[in-house]
Every structure is written in structure tokens, then in C-alpha cells.
Write a protein that binds this ligand. Structure first.
Ligand SMILES: CCCCC/C=C\C/C=C\CCCCCCCC(=O)SCCNC(=O)CCNC(=O)[C@H](O)C(C)(C)COP(=O)(O)OP(=O)(O)OC[C@H]1O[C@@H](n2cnc3c(N)ncnc32)[C@H](O)[C@@H]1OP(=O)(O)O
Ligand SMILES: NC(=O)C1=CN([C@@H]2O[C@H](COP(=O)(O)OP(=O)(O)OC[C@H]3O[C@@H](n4cnc5c(N)ncnc54)[C@H](OP(=O)(O)O)[C@@H]3O)[C@@H](O)[C@H]2O)C=CC1
Length: 423
């Protein structure tokens, strides 16, 4: 049986979301560990005044790609950008590119999504659900497709306490929701969003749950694997320890604490902080791609890519590690010396917000005004409070994820022993 590295040799891979946090690490790892991969087709849109080509060339200069660049200075030749805006009909891929992809792609990794917790429902639906449907339709036109791997989230079913590696019935039939929202203006959609999302905390988890369902609907036609990572953090080992390029999830909170801005946050000290390093998720993704293509499971397998069941780490411990490490390695231009407390008590948290956040911000802004400068601290705190308000749901409770399929992959007859793909 082909090893993971052997499997990818000579294959053409399509990746969505390759410019994102996880997508970049996936591209790097494929180029590094599977040097004989034939080509990586990546769907990219122009953004922020940069063309698709400029964005890709900028991305390849990133430190993340140092080891690949050193091993093969021509590595960029394997990356083939395809212009695509996923929110447009047909993913706005040109007919020529559709032909090209249909003729050569062997495996699809669908990473693109909006991961914002405050995304308006229509947009979250458009990107996370409708674009996924469009990609599935494109995949069905691919003559040599061996596997379609969809990246979901462990929190797609966060309205449950125990989460198995199954696709749960969707909160609503996606097709009906898409049809209904089509004629509604944004104001109406905003008004009914809380009723629609029900016991889920945001449009992100809601639309990711719907996306899992639409992916599963194609299981008779495609060979599918679904990966559900929990809270994806900085790299553990590869390409080097500690790589991260965003403020998502807890990383923005950590930086705010390191800058001495964040002094208090509502979280449950004893709740499991289900963090998973990005390189572990990427290793699993490549292993799942290989397993799905080679073993062709009869039904869609779901992989809960979580850490809490194996190596639990708690928010209380994180607080200690974050603060002590910023005390040892202080950040530049900190507002105050780092010192943060997490509490599960609403009133205590409100008290410390007043005393340790708002009052110092007020004083500092007054000082800035007196110096003839624009006040800024209260604005920063308001944004921080909005962000942590959206994150608290996840740091205040525990979930239990079954991870039998991950164990099967690592230790079962598939023989995946983790060499070069530690999970
Ligand atoms: C010391 C004690 C520590 C104890 C830790 C305790 C608890 C940890 C807390 C939380 C853990 C829960 C994590 C749950 C994750 C669930 C897992 C998932 O499924 S994945 C996807 C996760 N998605 C996200 O994390 C996205 C969340 N972010 C958003 O939804 C939005 O960014 C927002 C928070 C609503 C803010 O939106 P806004 O429009 O106001 O800002 P922008 O996003 O446009 O960003 C503007 C600007 O600010 C920077 N930024 C963004 N977030 C932060 C932040 N948290 N802290 C600091 N700065 C932040 C951003 O980079 C932009 O910068 P620039 O303008 O320069 O580009
Ligand atoms: N980060 C996390 O903690 C977790 C993430 N996940 C899942 O992992 C996957 C990747 O997440 P992550 O890398 O963190 O997310 P990022 O936000 O870093 O990346 C999102 C990617 O999607 C692309 N994208 C977004 N909108 C469009 C669009 N309209 N057209 C084309 N491309 C678009 C982005 O492209 P562009 O650069 O052009 O914006 C980017 O490449 C997602 O499916 C997410 O749900 C699951 C659990 C946790």
C-alpha cells in the first residue's frame, strides 16, 4: 500500500482557502513532504488592491515557505493560481479553467470559509454553504477525482455536549433556507437570524453545520472525508514552532493580554481549552486525503480533530502560561505590565472591566487629548470587548468529542504510523 508521501506523488491537488491560515500551512507541507506532487491548483481572488498573481507571489515570499524555498528554489512552479471569487455563481471560474481542473484534479481540499462570528447570515450562507455546493458540483465534473476533503469545525454541533463523528441532522433543510433568504432584504434576515440559529452562538457554527450536510448529500457520487478541527492555534513543530499569522480564536486575546490591555475575561478555569496546532490539523488533513482516496470508505467519514480527550489543557492553565511567558518575554510598546485574571463570575468580570479596562482607558484618552492627540484607548477596549463577548461562549463550557476515526487512522489496519505526519 502506498505511503502518504507516495500517494501524493504525481497527483494534482485543488485547494480552496490556500491564502488563509490553514491553507498556507497545507500548501507548504504538501510541497515539503510530498516533493513529487505534480501541481497544486489554488483558488484565489484579487483582494485589497492586489491582483491574484501579486497575492500569490507575496504569499510565497513568506517565512513560512523558507525551508521549501531552500530545498527547491523553483517550488513556485508547482503552484498554479486559478482566479475564483467563491461567492459568485460557478465560483466565477472561467470555462477554460473549469475544463483544465476537470481534466486533471485528483484530490480536493476545501478550506475556504468565512470564520467570522459576526458574519451576516446571508454572506455566511453564501460562502460556507452555497460555495461548498458549487465546489461539489465542480468536483463531480472532475474525471480523475479520488477524494474530496472538506474542512469543517468541531463546533459545528456545539449545541450538543457530546459530539460523535457523525453528521447530525441539519437545523434546517439548506435548500429551503437558501430559497427563503433569496427574496428577503438584509434587514429582515438580520431580524430573524437569532430565531434561525437557535441554540448555536453564531452564523459561523450554524452555516458550517449546514455545509456538512450538503457535503454528505454527495457521498454516493464522491469519495468524501470531513475534518472537524477544534481551536486551531500556532504550529507545534512545522515548518517551525510557533508560526501564526492571525488574531483569530484565542490568539488575539493572548496578544491583548501580553500588551497589558486585557486584564479580565469571563471563562471557566476548569473547562478544557481544546486547542490544536495548525501543523497537526494539516498532517491529519493529508492523512485523511490519502486514506479516503486509497481505502475509499463506503460512507463519508468524519474526523473530530480535537485535543481535549487525549491531552486536556484548561483555560486556567493557559492564563498562567500566557501571563508568565509574556512576563519573561515582554512585547514592545505594552500599555501596561501583563496581568490578567479569568473568572466565571459575570459581576466580578464587570467590576474588573470597569476598574482595569474602562477607567485606565478613560485616563489615557484624557492624557492623549491634553497632548493634542486623538483618543484611541476606549475605541480599542470597545473592540476587544466585542471580540471577547463573541468568544466567551467557547471558553465557558466543555464539550466531549469522540475521536474513534482518528484512532483508527493512527493505529488501525490502515497502517498510518504518523511518520512525517504526526497527529
Ligand atoms: C490571558 C488570559 C487568556 C485566557 C484565554 C481565555 C479564553 C480564550 C478565548 C477564546 C477562545 C475561544 C475560541 C473559539 C474558537 C472556535 C473555533 C472555530 O471554529 S474557528 C474560527 C474562529 N474564528 C474566529 O476566531 C473569528 C473571530 N473573529 C471575528 O469574528 C472578528 O474578527 C471580530 C472578533 C468580530 C472582530 O471584528 P471587527 O470587524 O471588529 O474586526 P476585524 O476582524 O475586521 O479586525 C480588525 C482589526 O483587528 C484585529 N483583530 C481582530 N480580532 C482581534 C483580537 N481578538 N484582538 C486583537 N486584534 C484583533 C484584526 O487583525 C484587524 O487588524 P487590521 O485592521 O490591522 O487588519
Ligand atoms: N482557524 C480556526 O481556529 C479554525 C478553522 N476551521 C476551519 O478551517 C478552515 C480554514 O480556516 P482558516 O484558515 O483559519 O481561515 P482563514 O480566514 O485564515 O482563511 C479563509 C480562506 O478562505 C478564503 N476565502 C474567504 N472568502 C472567499 C471568497 N469569497 N472567495 C475566495 N476565497 C475566499 C480566504 O481567501 P482571502 O485570503 O482571499 O480572504 C482564505 O484563503 C475553514 O473552513 C474554517 O471553518 C475550523 C476550526 C477552527
Amino acid at each position: 500500500m502506498a505511503s502518504i508521501t507516495e500517494y501524493y506523488a504525481g497527483k494534482s491537488v485543488l485547494i480552496t482557502g490556500a491564502t488563509g491560515f490553514m491553507g498556507k500551512v497545507l500548501v507548504e507541507k504538501l510541497l515539503w513532504s510530498c516533493p513529487d506532487v505534480k501541481a497544486l491548483y489554488i483558488l484565489v481572488r484579487p483582494k485589497a488592491g492586489q491582483s491574484m498573481e501579486q497575492r500569490v507571489s507575496h504569499m510565497m515570499k513568506c517565512k513560512l515557505f523558507d525551508r521549501v524555498r531552500e530545498a527547491n528554489p523553483d517550488f513556485h512552479k508547482k503552484i498554479i493560481p486559478i482566479s475564483s471569487e467563491l461567492t459568485q455563481p460557478g465560483l466565477s471560474i472561467s470555462p477554460e479553467d473549469v475544463e483544465k481542473l476537470s481534466a486533471c484534479i485528483n484530490i480536493v481540499f476545501h478550506c475556504a470559509a468565512t470564520i467570522r462570528f459576526d458574519e451576516p447570515l446571508k454572506h455566511a450562507l453564501q460562502l460556507n454553504v452555497i460555495a461548498t455546493q458549487e465546489l461539489l458540483s465542480l468536483a463531480q465534473r472532475m474525471h480523475h477525482l479520488e477524494a474530496f476533503i472538506h474542512i469543517s469545525t468541531a463546533y459545528a454541533n456545539c449545541n450538543r455536549k457530546h459530539i460523535d463523528e457523525v453528521i447530525y441532522p441539519p437545523p434546517v433543510e439548506p435548500k429551503k433556507l437558501i430559497e427563503s433568504l433569496e427574496w428577503m432584504d438584509d434587514g429582515i434576515v438580520q431580524d430573524i437570524t437569532p430565531r434561525l440559529i437557535g441554540d448555536r452562538p453564531n452564523t459561523y457554527t450554524y452555516t458550517k453545520a449546514l455545509a456538512e450536510y450538503v457535503v454528505q448529500q454527495e457521498q454516493d457520487k464522491l469519495n468524501i472525508g470531513i475534518i472537524r478541527p477544534s481551536i486551531v492555534g500556532a504550529s507545534w513543530q512545522e515548518p517551525f514552532p510557533g508560526w501564526i499569522d492571525n488574531f483569530n480564536g484565542p490568539s488575539g486575546v493572548f496578544i491583548a493580554a501580553g500588551k497589558g490591555i486585557l486584564r479580565t475575561m469571563r471563562a471557566n478555569n476548569d473547562a478544557v481549552a481544546d486547542l490544536i496546532p495548525v501543523d497537526v490539523v494539516v498532517n491529519l488533513t493529508l492523512a485523511v486525503g490519502w486514506y479516503t482516496a486509497v481505502h475509499r470508505p463506503k460512507t463519508t467519514l468524519v474526523y473530530n480533530c480535537t485535543s481535549g480527550g487525549i491531552n486536556p489543557f484548561h483555560w486556567g492553565e493557559i492564563e498562567h502560561h500566557v501571563i508568565s511567558s509574556f512576563k519573561r518575554n515582554p512585547l514592545e510598546q505594552a500599555f501596561r505590565r501583563p496581568n490578567a485574571n479569568i473568572t466565571s463570575n459575570y459581576l466580578i468580570n464587570q467590576y474588573w472591566i470597569l476598574v482595569s479596562h474602562k477607567f485606565p482607558a478613560l485616563i489615557y484618552d484624557l492624557f492623549l487629548r491634553l497632548c493634542g492627540q486623538k483618543p484611541q484607548m476606549m475605541r480599542i477596549f470597545n473592540r476587544l470587548h466585542k471580540a471577547i463577548g463573541l468568544l466567551e461562549y467557547f471558553s465557558s463550557q466543555d464539550w466531549e468529542w469522540n475521536s474513534d476515526n482518528i484512532s483508527m487512522l493512527m493505529t488501525g489496519p490502515a497502517g498510518y504510523k504518523g511518520a512525517h505526519y504526526s497527529i
